[in-house]
Write a protein that binds this ligand. Structure first.
Ligand code: DP6
Length: 325
């Protein structure tokens, strides 16, 4: 059995994807822009046996039951269809995150699975085809095929919805500081949360139209190396996404009290003259966007007022094969 191990890094959206135009193909309602991070990644090994049967999925050393394997199994069916094979898969995946508090991500998980499984099945997909395949596992995984700053073009069908790298001016070296916040309550999954937002939030059309325009504005701001513009667009997209969840029926939020406290500290750091901009996803952690020149001062400003663990991330690389045996 050919066994392939791939590594893919987590990405954090600067312009958010928060709603599907097509649930089955995972076509997003708007384009989105992200930063792939060096510190958070998944390593995944896949092999296909000769015989059909149940797939076996081990995550962080623990064998997963049928319910937990369901999404992985459905994804592997797509790979088997493309490769014209029928064997059951053996999948083993490890998340590398400094602290497990809500940082393991479906973006790195499905990007690593797409690369390892497609190679193990005998396919040799180019990055665009790989990005499209990863999209079928989880929308945000579309972007984790690539390193650095990335745009996911919304597209109108399976062929046109994929990601590609976008140029960031060479004088701008972005950093993202993750402020780790313990979740007390169980999160609404991003899949369910975005479906509820699309179906019921009167703010959703405004969020998605703004995000589509802001994706183009973000590409221009990255090319120009304009950190202030990048930061303002980043904050607006995140806060509009979270505003849309508050207006859903029934309403919900991913913000914990500590999320708001951390956000206030970031605002204070910025009021002190440092570039520091927040983004938040489908959980309580706060991420702070800044650059390499200012990151030490930003971290010192955060540490002065927060006890939370901080993880400083630089741009991370594209998904890649680690071993083939
Ligand atoms: C808030 O990619 O997890 O991180 O496509 O249903 O698997 P599915 O959703 P997922 O959603 C990510 C939402 C987000 C914003 C983003 O990454 O753009």
């Amino acid at each position: 059995m050919l066994k392939v191990t791939a590594r893919a890094h987590t990405n954090i959206a600067l312009i958010k994807y928060w709603g599907k135009a097509d649930q089955q193909l995972i076509l997003p309602a708007n384009s989105s822009v992200s930063l792939t991070l060096d510190r958070f990644y998944a390593d995944t090994t896949v092999g296909f046996t000769d015989q059909p049967g149940p797939d076996r999925f081990v995550l962080d050393g623990r064998l997963q039951d049928a319910a937990a394997t369901h999404r992985v199994h459905a994804f592997l069916d797509l790979v088997r269809q493309q490769a014209h094979i029928h064997g059951a898969a053996r999948v083993s995946s490890t998340n590398h995150v400094p602290n497990a508090a809500g940082l393991a991500s479906s973006s790195s998980a499905f990007a690593a699975l797409a690369l390892a499984a497609s190679r193990a099945a005998g396919l040799s997909l180019d990055p665009t085809a790989l990005s499209r395949l990863a999209r079928r596992g989880s929308g945000s995984a579309t972007r984790s095929i690539f390193g650095g700053t990335v745009i996911w073009h919304r597209g109108t069908d399976d062929a046109s919805s994929f990601a590609e790298p976008v140029t960031t001016a060479p004088n701008l070296d972005l950093r993202m500081v993750a402020i780790l916040i313990d979740a007390q309550q169980k999160d609404v999954s991003s899949r369910n949360g975005m479906a509820r937002t699309v179906a019921t939030s009167p703010y959703f059309p405004v969020f998605t139209a703004t995000a589509e325009r802001d994706s183009q504005a973000m590409v221009a701001a990255l090319a120009a190396g304009d950190l202030e513009q990048i930061g303002e667009l980043t904050e607006r997209s995140a806060l509009m996404m979270h505003g849309a969840t508050l207006a859903a029926q029934p309403p919900f939020t991913y913000f914990a009290p500590a999320t708001l406290a951390a956000w206030a500290v970031v605002r204070a750091v910025r009021a002190g003259g440092l570039p520091a901009y927040v983004t938040m996803d489908a959980g309580p952690n706060v991420k702070v966007l800044t650059d390499a020149t200012h990151v030490d001062a930003v971290v010192a400003g955060l540490r002065a007022q927060l006890d939370n663990e901080l993880v400083v991330c630089a741009p991370g690389p594209a998904a890649r094969i680690l071993t083939t045996t």
